[in-house]
Each structure stands twice: as C-alpha cells, then as structure tokens.
Design a protein around this ligand. Structure first.
Ligand code: NAP
Length: 505
C-alpha cells in the first residue's frame, strides 16, 4: 500500500502529518521546499520563534554577517542576483530566507511558537509524537530535525554571574535596548561572533575589556560591494552567476587539502594570517597577545579587516586571560585583577557538547538519543541513527565544515532524505532504520580519517571536539565527496518495515 499523502493531511489546524520538520533555518526551509517541489504537501514545520530564519533571525548583533561568500552561501535553486556585498550582512540573509519561504508557499505549513520539548517514537503506530512547550502535540510518520548545531547559546557557569547588577547578555540574544554609549563593557570570548561585534561596540563604548582565553587566527576579509552593473548582469545571465558561484566553490574547496590531508599545508594560511596581524597591529606586546600558538585551522579560521584595528584603539584593553569571577559591578580575571564594568556581553558560543539536548529524542524502547550516543554522537551519513526509525537529521553529527558553505551540505542531506521518502513510497514501507553495522562501519572509517585532520592534531581545544576529545562535528573531506555519498538513498543499509496497523498509515 502506497502512502496517500493527500488523504492524511493534517490541514491548517490538524496535528497528524506525514512529515514533521523542526526548524526554519536553511535546513528546515530547504527540506520543506524540496517536499513541495516533489508535490508532497502533507508536512508541517515546527518553529519555536515567531518568524522563519533560524540562526540568521536570532543572531542580529551589530556587525553580524556571513563569513562565506553569499553567492555560495545560498540555495543553489534560489540564487540571488541581488546580494549587495560579497559577504552579506545578517539582515539581508534573513530577508533572503523569508523571501524563499514566501516564494515557495510555505506559510500554511509553518507553526510558530512550537518549541519542541520531546519527540517519541511510537512503535505500534510507527509514528513520531512530538510535543511542544505550549502544550501542542503533533504526530508524523517521519521526523526531520533541522534544529542546527548552533542554536542554543551558552553562558559559562562562572562564580557570581547572577550577582552582576548591570545588563548582561549573549551575542545571540543581543539586547538592542541596552545603550552602550560611553559605557564600560566587558566582552568575554573572541570567537567568530565577538570579532564581528567588537569593532562595532568599540566605536560607542567608553571602554571595552576584551577577555581572550585563546586568540583566533584571522585572515583578511575579501569583502566588497557588488556593483549595480554586476547585479544586472547576474540577473540577466543566470548562467554567469552560476559560474561565479562555482568559482567560489572550487576556490574554497581547494583548502580542504590543508585541513584534512596534510596540516603542514596550513603553513600557507599562517603566512597570510601573520602578515595580516603584522600590518594591522604595530604594538609588539599587543601583537604577541593576539598571535595564536596552535596550527591555523585547528579552530575556525576567522576573517576580518576591522577587528585588529579596533583592538588598537585607546578605549580597548585585551586581557589575555580567562574569567575567574563576576561581582556586582566588576569582572575578575584569572590572574585576580578586578575591572569595574557596566555591561557584560557573552560571546561564548553555543551548546555543542551534545548535538541535541537530553530528554528530547526518544527512539525504540524509549531510549534517549543521548544514551545511544554515550560514547559520542554519530549518525550514518550525518543523517540516521540506529534505534531511531524515520528520524533524519540535517546538520547532524560530522556534517559541519571549516572550509566552505554549510548550505551545500544541507542541500546534500535534503536530497538524501527526499530520496529516502521517495523510496519508502515506491516500496510501500512504513519505516526505515539504519542498520547498526552500517552506522558502525561508516563512523569507524570517518573517525580514522578525521584523526589526521588539523582540528584534531593542531594543538587546540575547540567546540569541534566533544568531552572525550572526539571530533563529532566536522566532515573530514571535500564537500563533493559528501554530495556523492548522499546522492542516493541506500535502502540496503537500512532495515525497513511494512505498515503494521491498517488505516494508520
Ligand atoms: P565560539 O567560536 O565557540 O567562541 C566562543 C568564545 O568564547 C571563544 O573565544 C572561547 O574561548 C570563549 N569562551 C568560552 N567559554 C569561556 C569561558 N568560560 N571563559 C572565557 N572565555 C570563554 O562562539 P561564536 O563566536 O559564537 O561562534 C560559534 C560558531 O558560530 C562559529 O565557530 C561559526 O561556526 C558560527 N558563526 C559563524 C559566523 C559566520 O559569519 N558565518 C559568525 C558567527 C558565528 P576558547 O577559544 O578559549 O574556548
């Protein structure tokens, strides 16, 4: 019996759908657009916020922009000739995602304020039952997580944090109502987010104390405005834009050799980064503080032309130290020095130790996915987990990138999942569940390969590695290799079941 999508549609107010998608970032929207394209309408997209956009909705701190060229960091099927800059700012990327959602008619499928608190597999019904914080429950044959790996901000649990009397907020929850003009501001963290907002707040604040535990490697940002003529050409000749996109793709892709094959090749990037800092920071003491001692690429390589110049300004102090304690009106560095501040901004990144929170995904026999992952998160092709039928992750374990556009990886997974659903329809199966041996074999190979990469061998600590030092985050190869692996849904690597309960399909 083939699934009849139209027959079981949950409709605008219904709660039972063939497919439940979680999240409206590039992953969730990309998946939904693909389903629409294939004429599949029986799905709902659960979004905890009040609008689409994922990370590009939430991260609206001053200076937020993409650090991958926008012509590549966008859907291949929705190339935008109107990007105003090489590296678009957050507002433009968010607007792009909203426009994609509108153009593809996703509005009737969106359920806002639907913060998923639990997703349980019901073996009798062969369905997922998903509950949201506001008390709603949705059921679906298939559950697709597009929750992303960087969606839950982390503020470290430092002594005295709650005693601070001034305003404090995380970069991903920027308090635009807090006027920083003339204020004494402590910024904690020097990652990809901080290097974008520090130059902006430096212009306003009376003083900025920048707490840097580990300096990042930074290379110049080849940003520029895209001229009206170029935009007209891209609009008129989409093929030209496609070629441009491909050019960027291969330029970024060439870097993978240094990341994964021979970290010694990273020396080339190090030369560029060292000359960047030399050009922009004349003070040798400050330069020494800002120069990393690990191999470039071990942590994400950052790009910026305005970060170092901001740090050379008289109102900025770089404190090359961790934070010991927060007091009512001050921050105490690890060396015991106390500095009074009015505002604390946490640029301390996201919850990445586990790709999903505990107590959310429960598979066969009620097993929490974090228990299935007690030795580290892993998924077959970053997508499927044994014991969790019909659950597909987009941006799952080992699909992150240090060198190119995540949208490319997302589209690969979207294609794989859509082929899975097609295969299920064609073969009239109700469930697909990856075979444990397929999962094992895939991850053993992946881990042996990643062990040689610069992220593991470069002498740094990063959020790419889990608490056991295992890299469960990044894809250790070229993105086209991942695309090749995910081109076809390999049902032979899965166990499948027919429908158990008639009428419940
Ligand atoms: P992040 O890269 O994880 O950086 C967090 C920073 O906080 C690090 O400097 C870290 O120091 C510091 N830190 C964490 N805990 C601390 C503590 N207890 N005491 C002192 N310092 C502490 O976070 P992020 O900057 O938000 O970026 C996260 C990821 O988001 C990036 O890697 C990137 O993938 C993505 N992102 C992308 C863009 C883009 O343009 N596409 C922009 C922003 C973010 P250590 O280095 O010592 O751990």
């Amino acid at each position: 019996m083939a699934f009849d999508f139209a027959e079981r549609s949950g409709g605008a107010s219904g709660t039972d759908f063939h497919t439940l998608i979680v999240g409206t970032g590039f992953a969730g929207l990309g998946m939904a657009i693909k389903l629409k394209e294939e004429g599949q309408d029986d799905f709902v997209i659960l979004e905890r916020a009040a609008d689409v956009g994922g990370t590009w909705r939430d991260n609206n701190y001053p200076g937020c922009a993409c650090d991958v060229q926008s012509h590549l960091y966008s859907f291949s099927f929705e190339q935008n000739p109107d990007w105003s800059r090489m590296f678009a700012k957050q507002g433009e990327i968010w607007a792009y995602l909203r426009a994609c959602s509108e153009k593809h008619g996703l509005a009737p499928h969106l359920r806002f304020g639907a913060d998923v608190t639990s997703a349980r597999w019901n073996d009798e019904l062969q369905k997922w039952s998903v509950s949201t914080r506001d008390g709603r429950t949705f059921t679906g044959r298939v559950l697709i997580s597009g929750m992303g790996g960087l969606s839950n901000p982390v503020i470290p649990d430092l002594k005295g944090k709650s005693k601070f009397k001034g305003a404090q907020f995380h970069s991903a929850q920027w308090r635009h109502d807090v006027d920083l003009s003339g204020k004494r501001v402590a910024v904690i963290g020097t990652g990809a987010s901080a290097i974008q907002f520090v130059p902006q707040i430096q212009k306003l604040a009376g003083r900025v104390d920048l707490y840097q535990r580990t300096p990042p490697w930074i290379v110049p940002k080849p940003d520029r405005a895209i001229s009206a003529i170029e935009r007209r050409l891209f609009k008129r000749f989409p093929l030209l834009q496609n070629l441009y996109r491909k050019g960027i793709y291969w330029m970024l892709e060439s870097r993978i050799l240094g990341f994964t094959v021979d970290p010694r090749l990273m020396k080339l990037f190090e030369v560029v980064a060292r000359s960047h800092i030399k050009r922009q920071v004349k003070d040798p003491v400050l330069r020494a503080k800002l120069t990393p001692d690990y191999t470039i690429g071990c942590k994400r390589i950052l790009i910026s032309d305005d970060y170092y110049p901001a740090l050379t300004q008289a109102n900025v102090e770089v404190i090359a130290d961790g934070v010991r304690e927060i007091r009512a009106n001050s921050v105490v560095a690890d060396d015991g020095t106390e500095r009074e501040v009015d505002v604390i901004i946490w640029g301390t990144g996201f919850q990445t130790a586990d790709p999903v929170p505990r107590g959310v995904f429960f598979g066969r026999n009620g097993i929490d996915i974090l228990d299935a992952w007690k030795n580290g998160a892993e998924a077959y092709k970053g997508t499927s987990v044994a014991g969790f039928p019909n659950l597909f992750f987009i941006v799952g374990p080992n699909t992150g990138l240090g060198h190119s556009s995540m949208v490319f990886m997302i589209e690969s997974q979207v294609g794989y999942i859509s082929d899975a659903l097609k295969t299920m329809r064609q073969r009239s199966v109700a469930t697909v569940e990856v075979r444990p041996e397929a999962l094992r074999e895939y991850n053993d190979r992946l881990q042996s390969r990643i062990g040689k990469a610069v992220w593991n061998t470069g002498g740094c600590q990063s959020w790419y590695l889990d608490r056991n030092g295992r890299n469960v985050t990044l894809w250790p190869g070229a993105t086209w290799q991942f695309r090749r692996q995910t081109r076809r849904f390999d049902i032979e690597r899965y166990v499948s079941e027919p429908v158990k309960v008639h009428g419940a399909a």
